[in-house]
Ligand binder design. Sequence first.
Ligand code: GAR
Length: 205
Amino acid sequence: MRIAVFVSGGGTNLQSIIDAAESGKLSAEVSLVLSSKSDAYALERARRHNIPAVYLSSKEFQSRDYFLHAMFDVLDEHKIDFIALAGYMKKVPPEIVKKYKNRITNIHPALLPAFGGKGMYGMRVHQAVIEYGCKVTGVTIHIVDEEYDHGPIVAQKCVPVSDQDTPETLAERVLAIEHLLYPQVLEWFAQDKVIVSGNIVKVSQ
Ligand code: GAR
């Protein structure tokens, strides 16, 4: 499986996926890293591992069509057959979602459908969880559809929230779980173990 990881920020999830692929825990190749931000540290991480690293933003294109074509071109050029969103803060164009049906996943730092949607990313999610008074939060990995943080859920893990937690301490514990869960879920896809029927996802053993 040739994976493109889409990023916008620091790329610690990207790093966990690269490390899993390099150590053989993940039987897939990270063949492309695509960033919506030119200065994302994730691009630097990719370059350090000799992985093609591309900045692609609709802002740099005259029209949506040109942007879309550029995205299709880069995915084709690198023969990508799976896309993993890892801190990618943009919506994936519906045309790409359609072409890669059930082959795009996203990781979200809360238990969806709570605390998701447009504007709910990174530290804002943890802030909202604490402000709501939740006693438990977690990680969700789901298949991407046309909406933000939406689509069939593949895996979830819980993380307890303590009274002492700040968004930063909570983010750290949630991230640690993300780094374990994402490579594992990608391995299920690499081994063709994921069965999607409607909104229900099952993983064959
Ligand atoms: C991660 O916590 C990821 O779950 C979150 O952004 C962070 C990216 O960190 N994604 C979202 O909030 C998506 N709505 P990273 O760049 O260090 O992997």
